[in-house]
Design a binder for this molecule. Sequence first.
Ligand SMILES: NC(=O)c1ccc[n+]([C@@H]2O[C@H](COP(=O)([O-])OP(=O)(O)OC[C@H]3O[C@@H](n4cnc5c(N)ncnc54)[C@H](O)[C@@H]3O)[C@@H](O)[C@H]2O)c1
Length: 253
Amino acid sequence: MDLNLKGKIAIVTGGGSGLGAAISELLVQEGATVVVNYIVDQSNVFKFVDSLNEKYNSNCIPLYGDITNASDIDNIIARCVDIYGKVDILVNNAGVWPTQYVENMSDEEWEKTVRINLTGPFMFSKRVVRHLIERKSPGKIINIVSQAAFHGSTSGHAHYASAKGGLVTFTVSLAREVAKYGINVNAVAPGMMRTPMNKKELAEREAEYLERIPLRRISDPIEVAYTVAFLASDKADYITGATIDVTGGMLMR
Ligand SMILES: NC(=O)c1ccc[n+]([C@@H]2O[C@H](COP(=O)([O-])OP(=O)(O)OC[C@H]3O[C@@H](n4cnc5c(N)ncnc54)[C@H](O)[C@@H]3O)[C@@H](O)[C@H]2O)c1
């Protein structure tokens, strides 16, 4: 199936590592041009973007920015529009997964986790929606949530699970608001992927996680990226407000 992404301009937040890197590469492979947003690890992200451009003869760029900072987001969108003339696709992928039980969780840690995992996607989506409405253009927004949005936390991630649950509800709410402009807003819920985010946790408790996954393996990020690329394409024009679970059965609902 040709995803028909040629000529599309996508922004992937946290696009230089883990799932974000798999999404960025797949979108480029399918013909899109990607703005790879990052906040740390600049030299590796630059190398990654160079490698994409070499491999696919593309014209992608890395752009620094904190997704919780309004002027950083404004700058990313302005640079993207300056360079490519538009934004068509936003993937709200950046996130953090700190571990702390509620009884010991500081108010600051709660607020920071919710700010990165929920408020950041709201701030970015709002600005991309304004750009699309102004351009009178359809577009696609894909939010990366988690099985934890539906199960709740099992091991010290109540702030994360709450933020991801909020992001599912935001996805539905925004989808209703902007459907009339031809803007589709969907979410993808991974289960457990092998990425830098959970390297330490998997080293300590992989067997416990496998017990909860009927397919009995941790996924490769590309297995989740396929669904994101599909939702970014015109093949998903009739899907909006949905959350697609890619969890090996860890989440069945
Ligand atoms: N790894 C898993 O098993 C798993 C499971 C469910 C959901 N997820 C979700 O998948 C997404 C990608 O995570 P990953 O597993 O690839 O981990 P990752 O740590 O490799 O990726 C997260 C990225 O977000 C970036 N980031 C963090 N805060 C940021 C900020 N304020 N501004 C800009 N960028 C910021 C990080 O630098 C990193 O590049 C996240 O939303 C995560 O919650 C992951």
